[in-house]
Write a protein that binds this ligand. Structure first.
Ligand code: AGP
Length: 596
């Protein structure tokens, strides 16, 4: 979703900002812009489309060492030049970049700005016009900024320039991620440490409703009431090579390839001194004390949660409910007496999940966040965090994070189980090898995809039990990157309506990795084949049959999703390639969905 960068120092700000924005491209955006400030004033460059398009319109003769930049994922107003950030106040004294959504912007506009002619359709413009309005009424810039912020309802991460305040970036944050990066004679701001890792690895977290007065040689953090806040920087433990594509054509392919290593790394990270997989005592106690776990997540993380429920119920005998975060907060079910909430989120920034976290905390309940980004909002605000150790995931389509989520969920359930009848560490090692086998056969999936999906307009994924949940993930993966309409179904449910959609040649990808239902799913395949479907059966060793498209090596049945999901990831990847889609940056999507 939208990304912010800012730089104040000695270097050419334009280049630092553009490079920073390029590092935020993975978040998803449809327009971009920068504003730089020098003795002549503030120069704004913006463009619909990619950073490469923005580079074309930036005037290289402008020299400036202070600036702010933005990638916009449209919420209020279509993606076009006018709605792209930065936005300026009427007199062009103030220039702003903003992430988030201002819920009361219409009311504020009516109350304070009835005579101001708005240039854009955005909620953001109201913020910058309000700062100008209050400064015209006699407030100093910092006061006008703080007063404006106190009126805003919703979420914001903001960088603001003022032509009349030398070499300063005014910064603020509420419910939207923003960090301040600290350097020698320069400082930066960024939605994500990755954006500025090439200039510093020292970052300061900002809390909600804090502002920052950033200059080249100083950082002042204050609360909205003006009280000063002291906070030391931390070192971002990110390796720049982790966020480079290297020789891979796409991040998604690189990240799929990393999956066996991710499973092995997680197993090592969660090993105790005796070599057993485990989790920290306080988290284990919190889980054991709960009478029910409520898993809250969105998208792929929700699909991982569905698998997690099976682990907690089958391995640890703890009852679990899994909920879509955007629904849960507004339609809360009757809760058990002593629940523990488990938030699963790759980014740790998903606004839909965060609104639930805020609500359940107000209700006095405890939360555990399972995330790839310790230090993210969901991690900071929960009582406990279990990291995924997957390394940065850049492709919008989540692959290695899903595999990491399932692995951590399995370890967690195993760690709190009173008794277990299998060796999880050994089985995870076998699963990692099985994932590698699938990856080593990627050309077969390329050929399969050409045969099944190159020209189709829709596709179905079916499975039963664990395979059903992976089918849902397969369908999400395929539709988000190839734009083929796809659905994941419980095999037995098709005949209750959906089978009406099966026509000659409709691709049906069936997963058959669960012995107890393997024959049933094959029966469901026969039903769709009888109506013209083009079947593609992915089976597991020990239950394969002639004609299956691919057979994954045998893994412990509960861990089958770790390997079977890689088959549907590869199918989706090649389908997107055949269709000429932008694999890593699919249309309309954002990596980190920071608005509700
Ligand atoms: C995954 O491929 C999707 N891009 C999306 O569904 C994602 O999983 C969802 O937005 C949740 O994100 P989170 O894990 O960062 O909370």
């Amino acid at each position: 979703m939208c990304g912010i960068v800012g730089y104040i120092g000695q270097l050419d700000a334009k280049e630092v900002l553009l490079k920073g924005l390029e590092k935020l491209e993975y978040r998803g955006y449809d327009s971009a812009g920068i504003a730089v400030r020098n003795a002549d004033g503030i120069h704004v460059f913006k463009e619909k489309g990619r950073i490469a398009d923005l580079r074309q319109v930036v005037d290289s003769s402008v020299v400036a060492s202070t600036g702010i930049g933005h990638t916009r994922w449209a919420t209020h107003g279509v993606p076009n030049y006018v709605n792209a950030h930065p936005h300026q106040s009427t007199s062009a004294r103030f220039t702003i970049v903003h992430n988030g959504v201002i819920e009361n912007y219409h009311l504020l506009q009516e109350e304070y700005l009835p005579h101001v002619e708005m240039q854009s359709d955005t909620d953001t413009e109201v913020i910058v016009q309000l700062v100008e309005h209050f400064s015209n009424e006699g407030m100093a810039t910092e006061e006008a900024f703080r007063h404006t912020l106190s009126l805003l309802e919703g979420s914001y991460a903001i960088g603001l320039l003022d032509t009349q305040t030398d070499d300063t970036i005014f910064v603020a944050k509420k419910n939207s991620p923003l960090l301040v990066g600290v350097g020698a004679e320069f400082n930066v701001i960024a939605s994500d440490a990755m954006a500025m890792l090439s200039v510093t690895d020292q970052f300061i977290e900002l809390h909600d409703k804090e502002i920052v007065i950033a200059k080249a040689d100083s950082i002042q953090i204050k609360k909205l009431d003006g009280t000063k806040v002291e906070r030391a920087p931390y070192t971002a433990e990110l390796d720049l090579s982790d966020i480079e594509k290297g020789t891979y054509p796409h991040y998604m392919l690189k990240e799929m390839d990393e999956q066996p290593a991710v499973v092995r790394r997680i197993t090592q990270q969660y090993e105790d001194a005796a070599g057993n997989v485990t989790i920290s005592e306080d988290i284990a106690t919190a889980i054991k004390e709960a009478d029910r776990l409520y898993i809250i997540a969105a998208g792929t993380s929700y699909h991982a949660g569905l698998i997690g429920k099976q682990y907690f119920e089958k391995i640890a005998k703890i009852p679990v409910e899994v909920h879509i975060s955007s629904e849960f907060g507004y339609n809360m079910p009757l809760l058990s007496k002593n629940p523990l909430f488990v938030f699963i989120s790759q980014s740790g920034e998903t606004a839909d999940s965060r609104q639930v976290l805020v609500k359940i905390k107000e209700m006095g309940y405890k939360a555990l966040t399972i995330t790839n980004v310790p230090g993210s909002t969901l991690s900071r605000e929960a009582n406990y965090t279990l990291p995924l150790y997957a390394g940065p995931e850049i492709a919008v389509a989540s692959t290695k994070a899903y595999v990491a989520q399932i692995t951590v969920l399995a370890i967690t359930a195993y760690a709190v189980a009173e008794a277990t009848d299998f060796d999880l560490k050994k089985e995870l090692s076998i699963a990692a090898n099985a994932i590698q086998t699938v990856i080593d056969h990627k050309e077969e999936f390329q050929a399969l995809t050409e045969q099944f999906l190159a020209t189709t307009r829709n596709a179905f994924f079916i499975g039963r039990g664990m395979d059903y949940f992976v089918s849902m993930e397969g369908a999400l993966k395929l539709k988000e990157i190839s734009y083929i309409q796809a659905e994941g179904f419980a095999g037995g449910e098709l005949k209750h309506g959906t089978i009406a959609l099966i026509e000659d040649g409709t691709p049906v990808i069936a997963l058959a990795t669960q012995k107890d239902v393997a024959l049933n799913i094959r029966g469901n395949v026969k039903e769709v084949v009888a109506r013209g479907a083009n079947p593609c059966i992915i089976s597991m060793e020990g239950m394969e049959e002639a004609g299956d498209a691919f057979t994954i090596p045998h893994v412990y049945p509960l861990l089958a999703p770790l390997a079977s999901v890689v088959t549907v990831q590869l199918i989706s990847y090649y389908a997107a390639l055949y269709r000429g889609c932008d694999v890593d940056k699919p249309r309309n999507l954002a990596k980190s969905v920071t608005v509700e």
